[in-house]
Write a protein that binds this ligand. Structure first.
Ligand code: GRF
Length: 320
């Protein structure tokens, strides 16, 4: 089965951003596919565009419906399409907190300003009126607060003398079409991106008391500090020709390592060199990596090498 993210696009209008997302999804190496285009306006030109390209569409006028009922119908369609992400692209309805809350980190929006400036409407006119030298566009995660979720990417567009909201909007639109596919692609592919994975591992490892990072045989390693410091985690980016990006953590010994691999061979493996002394490889570059489990292994591994002086402190803190 394809490991691509499955994206539903919501729109209310022309659908030029939807088209940009769709065409980019056909490029080699694209990490997502568009599985549904849905709208609150059956007459939205973007729907016809999607239909012509063979994408399943869904339209439901919101007039006369409560927000919750309309959202529920849209969400049901998204789930039916098997989508795992929603990309808002000119969807001119505010979604209920309940809906947004069920898609944390999986719903994106494009907004025509350099957030946090100019949330809401009339962004270009407001930027010009303020005398800004640049407007622009942002792609952000959707949270219940309007246009306030984490910004994932931005492009600035120069404001020229005599600029009108219309001329600026037209040029910002070109920037939108570049930015949205790029950011969406990078975002859904982050589970396979070694920089992103290393940053997550580093954050967990460095949160252990007196941890320090030090390269070991060309791979990032994490150890307890001091003269007698010992490594408790390694980050392996396909090291020694292995196919995985992985965390190496210390088990109680070869028996436990072998047992883990037997039970879940997709997730655990015997790493070259380290396997002989009971280190296990935990595959990270999967969409469904369980980061609580990764955190657990880092903490356990740290505990097995940390001096008593430190583990004792932690035990005391745990007892509270
Ligand atoms: C874009 O300007 C986008 O930034 C905003 O709504 C507009 C949608 O345009 N959220 P289109 O329907 O994608 O052409």
């Amino acid at each position: 089965m394809s490991d691509k993210a499955r994206v539903a696009v919501f729109l209310s209008g022309a659908g030029s951003n939807m088209a940009a997302l769709l065409h980019a999804s056909h490029l080699p190496g694209a990490a997502y596919e568009i599985v549904l285009v849905a709208s609150n306006d059956p007459a939205a030109p973007g729907l016809a565009l999607a239909e012509a390209e063979g994408i399943p569409t869904f339209a439901l006028a919101h007039k006369g419906m409560s927000r919750d009922a309309h959202d529920a119908a849209m969400e049901a369609e998204v789930l039916r399409a098997g989508a795992d992400h929603i990309a808002l692209a000119g969807y001119m309805r505010i979604l209920s907190d309940g809906f947004v809350g069920r898609w944390p980190g999986r719903m994106l929006n494009i907004h025509p300003s350099l957030l946090p400036r100019y949330k809401g409407l009339d962004t270009h006119a407001r930027a010009i009126a303020a005398g800004d030298t640049a407007g622009g566009v942002s792609v952000h995660l959707v949270t219940p607060d309007l246009d306030a979720g984490e910004v994932l990417g931005q492009l600035a567009v120069a404001i020229r003398p005599g600029e009108t909201a219309e001329t600026l909007a037209a040029r910002v639109r070109m920037a939108e079409h570049q930015l949205y596919p790029h950011v969406l692609n990078r975002y859904v592919a982050r589970h396979h991106d070694s920089d992103w994975l290393l940053a997550r591992v580093r954050k967990l490892a460095m949160a252990m008391p007196e941890a320090e990072e030090r390269d070991s045989h060309g791979a990032p390693g994490f150890r307890t500090s001091g003269r007698s410091g010992k490594f408790f985690a390694y980050f392996s980016d396909r090291h020694h020709g292995e196919p995985h990006i992985a965390l190496l953590a210390k088990t109680s010994g070869v028996d436990e390592m072998t047992d883990l691999i037997a039970r879940d061979p997709e997730r655990f493996y015997r790493p070259a060199f380290y396997g002989a002394s009971g280190w296990v490889g935990i595959v990270l570059n999967r969409r469904d990596t369980d980061w609580d489990q990764v955190a657990h292994w880092i903490a356990r591994s740290w505990r097995s090498v940390a001096p008593r002086r430190l583990t004792g402190l932690l035990d005391a803190a745990d007892a509270f």
